[in-house]
Design a protein around this ligand. Sequence first.
Ligand code: FAD
Length: 463
Amino acid sequence: MKTAIIGGGISGLALAYLLKEQCPNADLTIYEELARPGGKIWTERHNGFLLEGGVNGFLNNRPKTLEFAASLGLMPLRSSDRARIRYVFSKGRLNRIPEGVLDFFQSNLLSVRGRARIVLETIARRSSSTDETLSEFATRRLGREAYETLIDPMASGIYAGDSTLLSLKSCFPKIYNLEAKYGGLIVGMLKMKWAARETGKSVSAGPGGILTSFQDGMGALIDALAAKLGSALVNNSRVTAIEKTANKYHIHFKDAPAEEADIVVLAAPAHAAADILYALDKNLSLHLARIPYPYVTVVSMAFKREAVKSDFDGFGFLIPYKEGRKILGTLCDSNTFGGRAPEGYMLFRTMLGGARAGGVAALDDEKIIDTVFSELSDIIKIKGTPEMVKIFRHEKAIPQYNKGHAALLGGINESLKAHDGLFLHGNSYTGISVNDCIEQSYPLAYSLGNLIMGKSKGLDIKS
Ligand SMILES: Cc1cc2nc3c(=O)[nH]c(=O)nc-3n(C[C@H](O)[C@H](O)[C@H](O)COP(=O)(O)OP(=O)(O)OC[C@H]3O[C@@H](n4cnc5c(N)ncnc54)[C@H](O)[C@@H]3O)c2cc1C
């Protein structure tokens, strides 16, 4: 049985590696469009700086990723304690985000009224809708000020998304379930903390965990996987379409003759899967095309330490939309992981664009650099010129799980039933993080292994 995986991002590579572990003799090929594998994981070195063009780490609270990295012989690198210090840019200045509940209520991050409104969360009304946007949910439960200052920047930090469109239940299922199960966030957290005392586990409504990478950056994960997969990974292979005759899939390429396969896994983003599947199933293709991908540009910019005139420390800052700035936020890579910048330099990574400002991400290089430099000069008080600049463009960056995403997945799964041996995988559907991509590769590899060995029919994307 021949298996083809289309897309050599972390989802496709992790799946291929796990499948090879389970079925060492599987006839398996991974087709990757670009000259390099990794997709949004993309590490480069420039004059002693280690730059992450996309993904800069994963949270270490999901054991599968650590287990996966260990199986490849990779040692995780935890972010420094300083990376626990985070800021939100609000009311024209950087405000440190308090780590504890008491600190939060004593801080001036929100007005007295805004803080008092959070306490009223315990008696907030329930919604009649089962698929609220993040803004609807957060305003209803926590009040407008907390939504605008804390929740909205979180949505742009993770999804580069528009919180008035993102679906709470699809993007933040833990928070959705907290209300569904306990009636509210504060009550839910307290009950969970109480229950956790007995098991000794820590509890968090957010993602939790410590940001983790590798000494050589996230690209080390891709290099290790590419080395394990060897000639099964074929770069520079853009798949243009899939067709089916009898019980074989025919995979068409931009610059090569078609190949046949019995099992096809589309691990390319949904927008690419939509193009590839158009000839096979127009309805499925149209469903996939409805998942939006905004433009995001990442700018790495380094300065001599003495050029940074504020006492800016910590991981970085996010900017609420209401502040009207041109950047989404900035991370300080040299404060977060050791070995990211030469001694005496600070390395920053700024994100622009996203669902509300894709046009900014699409500006030409000169304007992008001017924008980032002027925003950083103002926000973290830079006096001097950048010592190094590198721009990474992601024209279709992060899938947006907008309101209606769950219903869309229902339609996609329904259409998939007509295509035995065809699977969708990757961060377009039920989890956008590296942790999600790796975790979801395990059951799919297991299911495909069984299919190859003639034991079962397989899973759908919800598995
Ligand atoms: C700027 C940015 C920062 C991010 N930071 C983080 C982070 O710090 N932590 C985190 O957990 N997540 C982060 N993410 C989310 C991240 O994208 C995912 O976690 C993960 O990398 C997605 O992997 P994937 O394999 O599903 O998709 P992708 O990485 O998009 O891989 C899909 C692959 O398919 C290939 N492909 C597309 N079309 C075709 C075709 N027609 N034929 C053949 N191949 C094709 C692509 O070239 C690509 O290699 C970030 C995303 C972006 C854009």
